[in-house]
Design a protein around this ligand. Sequence first.
Ligand code: NAI
Length: 412
Amino acid sequence: MDGLTEKGRLRLEWAAANMPVLKAIRERFEREKPFKGLRVGMALHTEAKTGILALTIAAGGAHVRLASCNPLSTDDSVAQALRDVHGMEVYAKKGESQEVYYRNLNSVLDMKPDFVIDDGADLIAMLHTSRKEILPGIKGANEETTTGVVRLRSMAAAGLLEFPVMAVNDAQMKFLFDNRYGTGQSTFDGWMNATNLMVSGKSVVVAGYGWCGKGVAMRAAGLGANVTVTEVDPIRAIEARMDGFSVARMADAVRTADAVITVTGCKGIIGHRELENMKDGCILSNAGHFDNEIDKEALEAMSQRVEKVRDFVDRYTLGDGRRIHLIADGRLVNLAAGQGHPAEIMDMSFSVQALALEHMVKNHGKMEKGVHTVPHFIDENIARTKLASMGIEIDALTDDQRKYIEGWEEGT
Ligand code: NAI
C-alpha cells in the first residue's frame, strides 16, 4: 500500500471510530441489506466522513459511485483509499477543473443510478437538463444542504422536479448541529489553517445569521473576535443583536473589518461597492455552498496584481494600493482549506442521510414528486442513539405527566 492510500485508510478509520451512530446503522444494514441490487450515485465532499457514509450504503447492498460536489473539497488520500482498499468507484480529485468536475458528475450518472445523494443539487439539476435520458430510471434522491434544498424547492414550485427528494438539510438532527456547530468550528479550522493568524482581537464580519451564520458568529466571539453580523432578514438581525453582536450594512461593516466570512447562500455579498470601502489587509472567505458570495470578477477587475501568498491565500492589490486577501478562491473555506466538519457532527448528518435513503427506498412508490421532509421518528432515533453513545441519560415523561401535557382540563 503506498503512503497516500495508507494515509487515507487511517483517516477513514479515525472518522469511523468517531461516528458511533452510523456504525450501528452500518451493522444493521450489513444484516438486512436494504439496498440490495440498487445503484446509488453520490455527489458529496469526498473526504473521510463521506467515505464512511458511502461504505455504509454499500454495506446495505448498493452499488455505489461517488464524485465530489465541489472541485476543491476532495481529500485525495481518502479517494485513493476508497478505491484501493474498498474497491469503490470514486471520481474526484482536489483542485479538478470545472470541466473535470462535470465529467466526474457525469461518470456518476453513467451508472444509471436508482437513487442519488446530492449536496448542492448539481447532480439533480443535470438530471433535468444535460442528462435527461437517465431521468426516467431515477426513483428518488436525498439533498444534503440548504442551498440545494432551496434550489429544489424552486424547481418543484415551477413543476419541474421529476422525482421525490428528501430534504436531509431540514431534519433537526442535521441543521441544528451540522450547520451551526459544524460550520462554526470547521470554518475557523480552515481559516486558521489558511492564514496562521489570530482571530482574537480582530473585527470579524459574518454575513448571514442563519443556522450556519449563528455558529460562525458564536465561534468567532468565543475565539475573542469583535463580531458584526450583516443580514437582510429583520428578525434574524434582531436575533443577532440580542445574541450580543453588532449589526450593520455590509458596505459600512467592511470599513473596519479585518476579516469577512460570508455564509448566506445568496450571491454578490461582497461586490464592487463593498470592495471600494474595504479596509486595507482585509481577509475574505466564504462558508456558503457556492463560490459566488464574493464577487471574484469585481475583485479581479479592481486589482492590479494577484499573488498567491500562502497555500490557500491570494493577495489582490487594488489600483489604490489596498491589499485584499481571498482564502481558497472563495470556495467553502472549511472544506477547501480545512478538513470539513468534525466526525461527531457528520455522524448525525450522515445517519440522517442513511436512514432517509432507507425510508425513500421503502416508500418512493407512494411519494409524490417534490421535496419531502425527513420523518420525525428518524430524527428521534438518531438523537437517542447519539445520546446513548455519549453516555447521557435523559428523563422520560411519566404517564401522569403525558396526560397533563396532552390534556387541557387541568391547569394548576
Ligand atoms: P439559512 O437560510 O438558515 O441562513 C441564511 C441567512 O442568510 C438568512 O438569515 C438570510 O436572511 C441571510 N441572507 C441572505 N441573503 C443575504 C444577504 N444578501 N446579505 C446578508 N444576509 C443574507 O441558511 P444556512 O443553513 O445558514 O446556510 C447558509 C449557506 O451555507 C448555504 O449556502 C448552505 O448550503 C451552506 N452550508 C455550508 C456548510 C459548510 O460546511 N460550509 C454546511 C451547511 C450549509
